[in-house]
Design a protein around this ligand. Sequence first.
Ligand code: PHE
Length: 452
Amino acid sequence: MSASNPDRGQWSSKLTFVLAAAGSAIGLGNIWRFPYVTAENGGGAFVLIYLAVVILLGFPVMLLELSLGRFSQKNPVGAIRAVRRRTPWVIVGFLGVFTGVAILSYYTVVAGWTVGYLVKSIGFHLRTADFGTFIADAPVQLGYFAFFLIATVGVVAGGVRDGIERMTRILMPVLLVLMLLLIARSLTLDGAMAGLRFYLIPDFSKITSHTLIYAIGQGFFSLSLGMGAMITYGSYLSKRENLVSSAAWVCSFDTLIAFLAGLIIFPALGGAPAKGGPTLVFVVLIDIFNNMPLGHWAAILFFFLLAIAALTSTVSLLEVATAYLVDERNMSRRKAVWLVGGATALLGIPSALSQGAVGFLSRLIPKGDGHMGFLDIMDFLFGNISLTLGALLLCLFGVYVWKMRHAVAEVVQGCEGFRSWWQLWRLALMILAPLAIGTMIVYILVTGETLG
Ligand code: PHE
C-alpha cells in the first residue's frame, strides 16, 4: 500500500492514468506488429477476427486486470496473494513478471530500430535497401538496444515518468495527424486499391490454422494484457475512477491506431505482401517517406514519435517486475530497476543479433520460404502464447477464486451503472475467453503445430 511503502505512488489524476495506460497499449504493437501479423495471416479476415477479439476478450480482460489491480493495490504477484494468501495461483503472477521481462528484451531491440532510423533520417540516409544491412550490423544493433534499454531504465528509476506521460498527451495527437498524412500519401500510390482490398475485404479462404492464435495473441499484446501491466497500472488508481470507461477508452484508442497503421502499410504494398516478417513495416515506411514531398521531415517526426510511443510501452513492461521487487521483496525502486534492466540486457542480446548479425540465431526454425530467428521465436512464445495463457489463467482466477461478486463490487465503485451489465462480463470471462483460448491450446497440443 502506498502508506507502507514510500516507493509506491498514485496517479495524480484520471487523465494521467488513462495516458499511462494508453501509452502502455499504444506502441510498436500497433504500428510495427499489427500490420505485419495481418499481412502474414490473410489480411481482411484477420482484421475482422482481431476486432472481435478486442471487443469480446480484450475489453473484459482489461477490466478484470484494472479492477484486480485497484482492489489489491499491488503488482500481479501481490494482487493474487491479496485475494488468497497461500495459493498455487501466484504462478500466474510470476508468469506475468517473467513474460514482461521477456517481451521487454526483444521489444527494446525493435524500439532501437526506430531510434536508428531517426538518426538516419536526420542525417539524410534513408534508403530502403539499407535496412537489411542496418539490422544485421552487430555493434550497431547492440548499441541501439543498449541505448533504448538505458533510456527505459532511466525513466522508470528517475521518476521523470509523469513528465513523459504528460508529453505523450501532446505527442499522440501529432502522431495521429502524421499518420493521416501518411495514409493520404499511401492511398495515392499505384496499386493502392489492390492493397486496400487485401486489408479490408475479408477472404475467409485465407484463414489458416494460425489465424486465431495470432489474432488472440495480437489482441492481448497490443492492449498490454495477460502479464499484469494493467494490474500494476490499476493498482495506482483511486476508487473514484470509472474503470469501465477507462478500459473502453484505452481499447478504442489502441485499436484505432493499429487500424490506421494498416491503412498506411497495405496500400503501399499494392496487394497481398510477398513476404511478411518483422522488417516489413520498416521497409515499407521508408519507401513511403522516399516518395513523398517533405518525406525527410515526415520521417524524422515519425520515427521520433514512434520511439516515444515505444518508450511508454517499454516503461510499462519494466514496471511490472519492478513493482514486484519493490512490493514483495522490499527492494528499493532504484535497485529493482537496475536489476531487472540487467537481466533484460542479457536476455535481449540474442534477439539483437538475430536479424542477420549471427547466422544461426537468425535462422533457428524454417518458416514459409524464410526462417524464424531468435527474436521471432521470443515474440511468438512470449508475445503470443504466454500472454494468452496468462489471460486465460487470470480469467479463471477472477471467476473461481476472487469471485465475480468481489470483482463486480470493485468495478461498481466509480461506475454504478455497471450493475446492470456485469452478467455480460461474467459471460466473457467464464465462457468466451476460456473457450477461445482453450480451443487454441488444445489445437496446438493435438496437432503439435506451433511456429512456422
Ligand atoms: N501493448 C504494447 C504495444 O502494443 C506492448 C506491450 C505488451 C506492453 C505487453 C506491455 C505489455 O506496443
